[in-house]
Design a protein around this ligand. Sequence first.
Ligand code: 3HC
Length: 710
Amino acid sequence: MNLSQDHSREPVQLLKHGPIAEICIDNPPVNALSQPVRQGLLTCLTAAEKDHEIQAVIITCNGRTFIAGADISEFGKLLLEPHLPDVLDQLDRCTKPIVAALFGTVLGGGFEVALSCHYRVALPQTKLGLPEVTLGLIPGAGGTQLLPRLAGAEMALEMITSGKPQTALQLFDHGVIDVLLEQGSLSVTKQAIEFALQIVKAGKGARRVSQMIIDTASCPNDLFDQWRTKLAKKARGQKAPQYCINAIENALLVPFEEGKKREREMFIKCLESSQSRAMRHAFFAERSAAKLPPAYNHLEHADLLPIQQVAVIGAGTMGGGIAICFANAGISVQLLEMSEDNLARGLAAIRTRFEQALKRGLITQQQLDKRMSLIVGTCNYEDLNTVDLVVEAAFETIAVKQQIFSTLDRVCKAEAILATNTSYLDINKIAKSTSRTHKVIGMHFFSPANIMKLLEVVYAADTDEQSVKTVMALGKKLGKVSVAVGVCYGFVGNRMYACYGREANMLLLEGASPQQIDTAMKNWGMAMGPLAVNDMSGIDIGYKARQENPPVTPDPLYFRAADLMVEAGRLGQKTAAGFYRYDTQTKKLQVDDAVLPMFAEEALKLGVIQRDDISEQEIQHRLIFSLINEGATILSEGIATRASDIDAIWLNGYGFPRHLGGPMCYADEIGLDKVVAGIKTYQQQGNGLYWQTAPLLETLLLSGGKLAQQ
Ligand code: 3HC
């Protein structure tokens, strides 16, 4: 029975099941708490309170999940009433017991709704969490006050500062969930009604979490300071994690109402911060990346090629990582190598990686066995005749790739998609070695392929819509952030990275030390400096790539510093020397002044004037502005569809700090006028003629437009 007049189009309905009222939210896709939902909750709750026949209330959701949080698209606009904390106060104060019926992903404000209810029942695999910190926020509707009251301060610190969800099964042991529901037999709603009836029968009333006392006996005295120190390091430069700690500490120090008030103040402060703006931009950037350019957006989902069996060519580090990705997603893999020896080595390396995951508790022995059984080795191309997709991860040489693709074209079934993991090569040329250019595509994974979230899906001139959409959908299944990009040297990420690396190299010739450059970039927010990264990955890799596939406009200066290192046998960590020196036992990095005269001598030879006035800001601006400038050019060329796609690439493939939103978002935050002025200054400096302001930046500067919105 419907208590109200016409709720057919309302996002929240009130239904009656005898003495139990059901408040049902229906706001697809994830039942976010938009203003109409908050209003609907309040109205239905008031009606249920007033109805004398009602003895208990359950809160349920239609669709695939219980509420997944506040509506993030409302943030940054005027916050409309009723505000969530006020709605939840009313839930908390309700005189009739309220039960939250949980399934799917119960996140942020959704978890706060559940915590404000008096009882919680959930399917065991329901994921519950407070991921606000990943948006540069703290929970803003009582989460920091309620969760410690139910689960204890340590658990609250763990969940709120990491933003990572836990399953209902795990939280049941911490007293957060009252009853685990059965999967499959009765619906979640029916089981919740049963539970509510039992509560009524047992005479149990409202049980308010707000009135519970936090168990502090087992908390170490310096618990909060320990967390402050830990997160100052782990989440360097981020403000929200520290606010989370303060808010949870308040839960132990001040009454509930006061703690909630202070929490809301901190939430609003975070909401208005540039860090949260950047992290919200990152959230939407990753989701819009899934939306394809118009030319690739006509087919229905049903028309995608089902991918049940794949092949990976090459069992080296990259190929092995890619095979692991597929096995992790339950897809069977034929791993092809040229010799039995190489194959055995590759398979053994894969097993070692799974065993490391087992040791770290990330997978079970059963999962290890299952995943290993999904990867089958072969040295015979003919075995690939049934696969739906091939990812080639062989040597980065066009002739080798063309040979492989011509063979694949011969042995694979006609509809199979042939993908290359090339980082730089022209996929159009690779496609031409086949008779199915429309089925050839780039799947550019980032090392380690089973860890890094980014997948550049590179469409070539002839690649058809089915292949692009199938590979994008596959990327999602593999847990990747997939971004569709066009063909050019280095695609989006590496093409921009080359500019960043070029600046680091130029600065070395101009007199900056490796340590000076790396420290500047770490202070700016990067996890590692570019030269330490280069030492770690091997300086010779870029050197060989430049020899094999010279950039379109090579310049003798650009990577001279790196080339010098390679020519002196300093390949990085693997030779215990590169831009730095490394302890052979511990691999600990040591500053090595021996490289400075090498750069000075080379600078003299090349006519580069060395300076001793290179500031930290110049280093930071040159490296970051070079990224912004190249990103803007890439955008104008249509290689990337949206500026936010470029940000998604940098956030997920290159360790760009999430709280700075990606290079395009950062450009807007600091101001395009500053960026363009900087570029013009560097152009006039020393050897800076290669700095050419991207026309798009000039245009936006004139129009007052935003780069990240392009
Ligand atoms: N607000 C607005 N839109 C949201 C949303 C939210 N909280 N959560 C998801 N969406 C949208 C996405 O933008 C996407 O829209 P699109 O189809 O137009 O691109 C759509 O819902 C589906 O999202 P996904 O593609 O991410 O779907 P998945 O099934 O892969 O994941 C999910 C679902 C796990 C719920 C994931 O979307 C997610 O993690 N959402 C964010 C959850 C979150 O951060 N909640 C906290 C919000 S802050 C808050 O609650 C503050 C409070 O303390 C006051």
